[in-house]
Structure formats: structure tokens, C-alpha cells
Design a binder for this molecule. Structure first.
Ligand code: ADP
Length: 570
């Protein structure tokens, strides 16, 4: 339906364009042409069909007038006259047709019908409606009048009907043409308004596009927008810069053009957090975004040393009106400076902690030695020395945690490991602690469950999560460790029904030294380092850790780890 409408519009516009191109004289001649052609045909047929009409002076005069009118159409400089000047032609046509009809009567009674041509012309022209309707009615009246007058006094009802019928017919034609042309003009105005609106919208959208591109190319983060099929819709300058710097040296100069080429060796080199292992294609931030994943702070490394950059990536889905997935925007933020600063700080903390440990060990060792000879000391001295010993041990534990937290991410040696075994030994060592805290331990892990991890580090992370789950269930309860493998990943959950946390607290627990208000109030021992170490370990394996919690109802920690092979292997 809409197609037909638009093809009609197209035809109308094409005809209109050609007609306008003709120039005023050719236009007037074209309007006059149908009548002239019929008169010429009549003249050719007359000697054989109606020889008598050629004898009529009136008819001959009408032919001369028709000829003159056609010649005037071609010769008069209409362009210099007013826009309505050419309407003199259809008015004179009515006179010429009157002469023809009365000159040819009674042999050719029907010639009055030719009035339809000037009537259409007048009605379709822009002249005042009233004038064109009067002319269209009274012109044919005048054409038929002489025949009627000639019959007086023997006028029959049939004669009167014939004389009235032609003007009425012409009036009907004039009205129909008038309505049609008014309708057409309205439609044309509507189309013009739509055209203007479209042009405005187009200009506006071009302006917005320019603004968007300027903003995109001004910001110092890389941005890629892709559609639901992963086709790149938009890339800003910064992203092109990131990618060309991350391409293997031979391809760096290929620039942006190689993006369509989609071949692996021309793709920018993305490495995982160990800065060595190429990121498996399905873990590429853009690929993840195309799969509909929403993420933030996913750290990847672009390119090889010494030009290697640490880039924090984030993705948001683009939704259509129905809420369906329509593509995604992926943002790349260069955080090399920050990552370097953090690792310098970690190194500093590790060095300082290491330096602290030696004197602390000496203090504790000497305190132990002094306390071994308890009888030689006064009870007060023993009490004071025990306080000093407890605090020195706490300090040593803190320094050890600091050391681990600074080095947790540094030394990871992943290999094929059975997670079920790790869970079992972690639960085994937590058993006593759980019993004392009246916490029931439960596992739901299929055995074997292969993961590609460093068993020492993941065991340490697991111990942290399980001991926290017990520690933060002060009224006893139930702790469940479960794991399942799905799509190249193993999802491990440690769930407790303990004290839980508020949403704001949950979002901060992976920050170093952070402790929830309830944990501090309940005087549960801890320094707030365990979870930051756990997170560093998990992320170093290319995994993720998250927590959902509700104050007073318990918490669930979820860890995603790469399944049995390194992610880059099939
Ligand atoms: P620590 O336990 O030594 O304080 P963590 O880094 O392990 O340090 O934990 C940080 C904080 O997160 C804790 O102090 C506690 O407030 C909160 N937390 C951790 N695990 C849980 C849990 N299972 N339930 C409730 N709160 C928890």
C-alpha cells in the first residue's frame, strides 16, 4: 500500500518535473495540442465523411481561429505576460468551438463536446473558482444557443434538453476537475511540508552526528559501538590509536582499514592479566559485549612490551524500544599509569612488610623465651609480657597478610586441578572452627571438577571465603559450598546464613582494610585484607568474584574460574 503510494508520488513528481522544464510556450502549446489534433483529424476526415461542412463559412472561420490559436500558443512570449495571460487561449477556444459546432450543424451536432478541453484547462488552472465555473457553464450554453434559437418557434423538449445537457455536463466536469486539483494541491502542500520536515530532521541529525563525533574524538577513552551482529557502527580516534598501537609491528601501519579484514594477525593483540597469555577470542571485550554481557573494570593488556598498555574495559548493552538487545557500547580506558602505581605501591608494601617481619620475629621469639621461665617473673610482668606477645603476634599476622596481599597476584602457577579436592580439603581444615561456632558445613560439588588454576592460591582463596562464612555466622547456621561447570567456566559459590551486610557495604568489601559496621560492632577479629587478597588471586586467574548479601540474612560469594584448560586452549 505504502509502496504504491510512493510510486504514484514518484510518477506525479517526474511528470511535474518534465512539464516544468518545458518552458511557458511549449507548456501552453501542449495544453492546446489535444484540441488541435482533433480539429486536424476532423478536417482530414471531413471531405469524405461530411463534405457539406467544408462549404460552411462559419466552419472555415472556426478552423482559421483554431489555427491562429495554436500558432499564438507557440509564438506569444507568455513568459513576459502575467501568469494568467495564457487563459485567454481556452476562453477563445470556447468561441472557436462555438463557431465549429454551429458551422458544422446539422451534419456534426456533437462538436460541442470539444468544450471539455478548454473547460478542463480553465478548471485546472489557478484562476478564481467562481470565474472558471461560470465560464465552464455559460461557454457551452452560448455554444448551443444559436441552434436552439434557430428552431424557434418549433422548439421540442428534446432540443431544450440537448441545449441544457452540454453546459450541465461541462459544469460537472469543471467541478470534478476543481475538486481533484484542490485535493492535489493540498496533497502537494502536505508533501512539501513533509519534505521540509525531513530536510530539517536530516540537518538536525547531521548536526548531532557532527557533535557526537567531535565529542567522541575529544575524549581520551576509546569507544566502539557495535550492532547486535557485532558489526562495528562507530569507533573513535582514541580507539583506533589503541588498536593500531596494539597490532603486531608489521600490521601497525595498516591503520583503521584493516578492521574489516578481520584476520587474526591484523587484529590488535589483547593479553590477559598475566600480560603474556593472549586473550581467548570469546573473552575479547567486544565479543563479550555482543553476547549481551554487561561488565565494568575488566582489565586487559593491549599489545606487547615495551608499548604494552593496561586498559580497563566496560560494556553496556543498547536496548531497542521493546527492551531487546540491539547492540552494545564498549569503552576502553588506559589505566597503565594507575596499574603501574599500584604495582609500585604493592612492591613497596611487600618490601616494608618483609623488613618488619625479621625484627617482629625476634621480638616474639625473645618474648617466648622470657615467658618460658614464668616462675622467675612476677604475675604482673607475665600479664604484661603476654599482652605484648599477643599484640606482637597480631602485628606479625597483619604484616604477613600485607605481604601476601602485595604478592598474591605476582606468583600464580596454574595447572589442571580438581576443584572438588580443593573444596574437600578446605572444608576439612575449617571443620574445627565450624564446630566451635556451631556452624554446619555442607558441600555440593561434583567430583572430579577440573579447573585450570594454581591449587595453592585457589586453596588460599577458598579458605578465606569458608573461614569468613563461618566467622560472620556468629549465631551458628549453615554454610554451603557448591560448584558447577558451565560454558568453559566453573562457578563456585560459598553461601552462608550469617549476619550479612547492607548493599553499600557489599560494594566495598573487596577494598583493603574495609570492615562492615556489624563485624566491627560484634568484635569479630579481622583486619579487612582477606577478601582483597582473594579477589586479586581470582582475577589473576582470569576469573571473577562477586558477592550478594542481605543484612541479617546471609551472604553468597560467587567465583568464576576457567575450566579444565587454559582459556586459550580448546
Ligand atoms: P576480615 O574478615 O579480616 O575483616 P575480609 O577482607 O575477609 O577481612 O572481609 C572484609 C569484610 O567483609 C569483613 O570485615 C566483613 O565485614 C565482611 N565480610 C566478609 N565475608 C563476610 C560474610 N561471609 N558475611 C558477612 N560479612 C562478611
Amino acid at each position: 500500500m505504502q509502496n504504491k503510494e510512493s510510486s504514484d508520488r514518484l510518477i506525479a513528481r517526474t511528470v511535474d518535473r518534465y512539464f516544468r522544464r518545458l518552458g511557458p510556450r511549449a507548456q501552453v502549446a501542449l495544453c492546446q495540442l489535444p484540441l488541435t489534433v482533433i480539429i486536424v483529424a476532423l478536417v482530414i476526415a471531413a471531405p469524405a465523411a461530411w463534405p457539406a461542412v467544408l462549404a460552411s463559412e462559419l466552419f472555415i472561420a472556426s478552423l482559421v481561429l483554431h489555427a491562429l490559436l495554436f500558432a499564438a500558443c507557440l509564438l506569444v512570449p507568455w513568459e513576459r505576460l502575467g501568469p494568467h495571460a495564457q487563459l485567454v487561449i481556452p476562453i477563445l477556444d470556447l468561441i472557436a468551438i462555438g463557431l465549429s459546432r454551429n458551422g458544422a450543424a446539422p451534419n456534426l451536432q456533437g462538436l460541442g463536446v470539444l468544450a471539455i478541453f478548454p473547460v478542463i484547462w480553465l478548471s485546472a488552472s489557478g484562476m478564481a473558482a467562481k470565474t472558471s465555473i461560470i465560464l465552464s457553464f455559460f461557454g457551452p450554453v452560448v455554444i448551443g444557443l444559436p441552434s436552439l434559437l434557430a428552431k424557434i418557434p418549433n422548439v421540442t423538449p428534446a432540443d431544450i434538453t440537448t441545449a441544457v445537457l452540454l453546459p450541465v455536463m461541462m459544469l460537472a466536469v469543471a467541478l470534478a476537475v476543481r475538486f481533484a486539483s484542490v485535493n492535489m494541491r493540498l496533497q502537494q502542500r502536505r508533501l512539501e511540508a513533509q519534505d521540509a520536515e525531513m530536510r530539517n530532521l536530516l540537518a538536525e541529525s547531521k548536526e548531532r552526528e557532527r557533535l557526537l563525533h567531535t565529542i567522541l574524538d575529544t575524549v581520551d577513552v576509546g569507544i566502539i559501538a557495535v550492532d547486535a551482529d557485532g558489526k562495528v557502527l562507530l569507533v573513535n580516534d582514541q580507539q583506533n590509536h589503541f588498536e593500531s598501537a596494539a597490532r603486531p609491528a608489521d600490521h601497525a601501519q595498516l591503520g583503521d582499514g584493516s578492521r574489516q579484514n578481520n584476520e587474526d594477525e591484523t587484529q590488535p593483540l589483547l593479553l590477559s592479566q598475566d600480560r603474556k597469555t593472549p586473550l581467548p577470542p570469546d573473552r575479547h571485550p567486544v565479543k563479550r559485549a555482543v553476547r549481551g554481557e554487561t561488565f565494568a573494570d575488566h582489565l586487559v593488556w593491549f599489545g606487547e612490551s615495551p608499548r604494552q598498555r593496561a586498559v580497563s574495559t566496560a560494556a553496556r548493552a543498547i536496548r531497542n524500544d521493546d527492551g531487546g538487545f540491539d547492540g552494545a557500547v564498549v569503552v576502553f580506558n588506559d589505566v597503565t599509569g594507575l596499574v603501574e602505581a599500584i604495582s609500585a605501591k604493592d612492591e613497596f608494601v611487600a618490601n616494608v612488610s618483609h623488613e618488619f617481619r625479621t625484627p617482629l620475629n625476634a621480638v616474639i621469639g625473645n618474648l617466648d623465651l622470657v615467658l618460658e621461665d614464668e616462675e622467675a617473673l612476677s604475675p604482673l610482668a607475665v600479664e604484661r609480657l603476654e599482652v605484648a606477645q599477643r599484640n606482637a603476634e597480631r602485628l606479625l599476622a597483619l604484616v604477613s597478610d600485607l605481604l601476601v596481599s602485595a604478592s598474591a597476584a605476582a606468583s600464580i602457577y596454574p595447572r589442571k586441578t580438581d576443584l572438588a579436592g580443593l573444596v574437600e580439603s578446605s572444608i576439612g581444615s575449617a571443620h574445627l572452627h565450624a564446630e566451635r561456632s556451631k556452624v554446619e558445613l555442607d558441600t555440593d560439588v561434583p567430583a572430579p571438577l577440573w579447573v585450570h588454576v594454581d591449587p595453592l592460591r585457589i586453596g588460599q582463596a577458598l579458605d578465606n571465603l569458608v573461614s569468613n562464612a563461618i566467622k560472620y555466622s556468629p549465631d551458628g547456621g549453615h554454610v554451603k559450598v557448591s560448584a558447577r561447570s558451565e560454558k568453559g567456566w566453573v562457578r563456585l559459590q560459598v553461601q552462608d546464613a550469617g549476619m550479612g551486610m547492607t548493599e553499600a557495604e557489599t560494594s566495598r568489601i573487596f577494598t583493603r582494610f574495609y570492615r562492615s559496621a556489624a563485624a566491627k560492632e560484634a568484635s569479630i577479629p579481622g583486619v579487612g585484607l582477606g577478601l582483597s587478597i582473594t579477589k586479586a588471586i581470582v582475577e589473576r586467574h582470569g576469573g571473577q568474584i562477586s558477592c550478594t548479601s542481605q543484612l541479617g540474612a546471609g551472604s553468597t560469594f560467587t567465583v568464576a574460574l576457567p575450566a579444565d584448560g587454559p582459556p586459550s586452549q580448546p
